[in-house]
Design a protein around this ligand. Sequence first.
Ligand code: EPU
Length: 310
Amino acid sequence: MTGRVREQAAKRSREEWRQILEGVTGRVIHEAPLRDYTSFHIGGPAEVLVEPADLEDLCRLTAQAHRARAPLFVVGGTNLLVRDGGIRGLVVSLARFKHIKEEPDHVLYAEGGVGMPTLIGYAIRRSLAGLEWGAGIPGTVAGCVVMNAGTRLGEMRQAVKAVRLVDPRGHVKDIAAVDIPFSYRRAHVPRGIVAGVWLQLRPGDHDVIERTVKDYLQYRKETQPLTMPSAGCVFKNPPKDSAGRLIEAAGLKGARVGDAQVSEKHANFMVNLGQAQAAEVLTLIRKVRHAVKKASGVTLELELKVVGQA
Ligand code: EPU
């Protein structure tokens, strides 16, 4: 996800929003509960949530929001904790950006809202290798680029050829991957919204690709709480170690604050047992960091992105 939330003192009136959203054809929801848009099922409302209909609509929306100085935030929804007060301003969901197109030389173009599982399924059907490392990652392709999502087997930067960005003024810019600095769980994409991604894959053996993906998915199902609401891994792995191992060693597997719990299955996941509040997750995060620091001297860094107002 890209864009920055500039906190605003006051909300805008419906009339102001009507002007900002003039001509936008996608879906508009005022006071949209963001818990319905995040894998954690946590978070207060978005002042206005928009699902642009297509690229042109997204450009119009971005340009008009920019002219009106309305803050804009893109919600991918998986590696995200939205605070209980929600997000002031405009929240954009790429829920309608779902197309995948095959181009010459084993390149796929995926719109930003395509889910990684869908993209990997497509690559398997076309016998294209290069995304197997991402099996089980639930995020959107745009979210995965911006986070440089990865696992022990690989990461997004290995597959990205170029990124289609809508800049804050609403202009489309295509940026080659060589011009994007990637680091651990972060791609330094210029400000804007990732509307689509070109992925350079390579021809492979259908059955081998499928088996690799299935085996990896099985490993993740066995070791991660994939059936419970969560935001994936909460902390980055410290160099040459595992945050999950350190949290377990500090005795915090299963620790709870309200309905927020350190997963019993994988200690670097926090799960929502039902009605967890963002404030409870944040308290649990502080407890975990404190305990790990005390037990092993390591300061854990957040992988999870925390946004919105308390
Ligand atoms: N471990 C424990 N206790 C735990 C969890 C793990 O002792 O509660 C130990 C395991 O036994 C193993 C080691 O830690 O020896 C590594 O565990 P695992 O293979 O599960 O990998 P990880 O380093 O914890 C990373 C990624 C995951 C990704 C997995 C699988 C990060 C921060 N984590 O986890 O990514 O799914 O590898 O490839 O990079 C995510 O980014 O959201 C995420 C979950």
